[in-house]
Write a protein that binds this ligand. Structure first.
Ligand SMILES: N[C@@H](CCC(=O)N[C@@H](CS)C(=O)NCC(=O)O)C(=O)O
Length: 274
C-alpha cells in the first residue's frame, strides 16, 4: 500500500498537468462545446482534416493520439452523444465517434481510422510495425486487450458496486500485456518510442491508472510492476500529455456516466492562454 494519500497524488498530478499544458498543440478545436441535436454542422474547408470526437471517449482518444504522434494538423468537432446531432449518422451510420473526415472521405472505427492515418501519411512518423508479421502480432495483442481489458473495464465502470468477476478478468488481461512487454524487452511495445499498439491501448490504461490514483488501490504496482513503470514512461510522451485527463476530472465524468447524468462540457478548467 502506498504511503501517499489519494488526494496528495491528485495535487501532484495537477502540477504535472499544468506543466503539460505548455506543450505544443497542433489541433484546432472547431467546437470545444459538444454539439447536440439541432446544432448545425460546422462547414468543413477543403483540405482540412476533421475528427468528430467526444472529450472523454477513449476510442476517440486513440485517434487523437495517432494524429498528434504523426504530427498531422487537424480540427476537432466534439459531439454530444446523448442528444446526437443528426449529421453524425450521415458520417457514421452507427452514430459513434471517432469519425475522420478529409476531402469527402469518411473513416470510422478507431482502429480502422488509425491504420488509415498511418497508411495515408506514409511520409510522417510510422506508428505500425513495418514487418507484416510483427504488425499481425500487435493486432493480436490488441485483440486480446480489447476482450480481456476493455470489455471488463466498461462493465466495471457501469456497475454500481464493486464487480469482482470483471476485475479478476481484467487483471488477467493486464498480466497478459505485462508479460508481452517483458517478452519484447523494450521500453514501449513499439520499441524505444510508443507505436500504434501503445497508443491504441493507452486510453484504457490511463483511465485504470486514474481510478487507482483516486481509490488508492495498488493493482498496477502489486500485480504488474513492469506495466506500472511503462505507464510512468508513457506519461512523459508528448501526445499522451496533450490528451491527458486529470484523475478528478475523470472521476466527475465517470460519476455522471454511471448515474446517466452526462455532463459533456464544463468539467475542466480552461487552458491558460499562452
Ligand atoms: N468500436 C468503436 C467504439 C466507439 C464508441 O463506442 N464510441 C462511443 C463513445 S466512447 C460512442 O460513440 N458512443 C455513442 C453511443 O454508444 O451511442 C471504435 O473503436 O471506434
Amino acid at each position: 500500500m502506498s504511503a501517499i494519500r489519494p488526494v496528495t497524488r491528485i495535487l501532484f498530478c495537477t502540477r504535472r498537468h499544468l506543466h503539460n499544458l505548455l506543450s505544443t498543440n497542433i489541433s484546432t478545436v472547431m467546437s470545444e462545446e459538444h454539439l447536440a441535436s439541432g446544432d448545425p454542422l460546422p462547414p468543413l474547408k477543403d483540405g482540412t482534416i476533421r475528427l468528430y470526437s467526444m472529450r472523454y471517449c477513449p476510442y476517440a482518444q486513440r485517434s487523437r493520439l495517432a494524429l498528434l504522434a504523426k504530427g498531422i494538423q487537424y480540427e476537432t468537432v466534439n459531439c454530444n452523444l446523448k442528444y446526437k446531432p443528426k449529421w453524425l449518422f450521415e458520417k457514421n451510420p452507427k452514430g459513434l465517434v471517432p469519425v475522420l473526415e478529409h476531402n469527402g472521405k469518411v473513416v470510422f472505427e478507431s482502429l480502422i481510422v488509425n491504420d488509415y492515418l498511418d497508411q495515408a501519411y506514409l511520409g510522417k512518423r510510422r506508428l505500425n510495425n513495418q514487418d507484416i508479421y510483427l504488425k499481425a502480432v500487435d493486432d493480436m495483442v490488441m485483440n486480446v486487450f480489447n476482450g480481456r481489458v476493455v470489455h471488463p473495464f466498461f462493465r466495471m465502470f457501469a456497475a454500481a458496486k464493486k464487480d469482482k468477476a470483471n476485475e479478476t478478468k481484467m487483471i488477467k488481461g493486464l498480466i497478459f500485456i505485462d508479460t508481452e512487454l517483458k517478452k519484447r524487452g523494450t521500453q514501449f511495445y513499439g520499441g524505444s518510442q510508443p507505436g500504434m499498439l501503445d497508443y491504441n491501448m493507452w486510453p484504457f490504461l490511463e483511465r485504470l491508472k486514474n481510478k487507482e490514483i483516486i481509490t488508492g488501490e495498488t493493482i498496477f504496482s502489486d500485480k504488474v510492476p513492469l506495466l506500472d513503470k511503462y505507464i510512468n514512461d508513457m506519461m512523459e510522451d508528448g501526445p499522451v500529455k496533450e490528451t491527458y485527463t486529470l484523475p478528478e476530472v475523470q472521476l466527475k465524468w465517470t460519476t455522471g456516466y454511471v448515474s446517466g447524468n452526462l455532463q459533456y462540457d464544463g468539467l475542466e478548467e480552461a487552458k491558460p492562454k499562452l
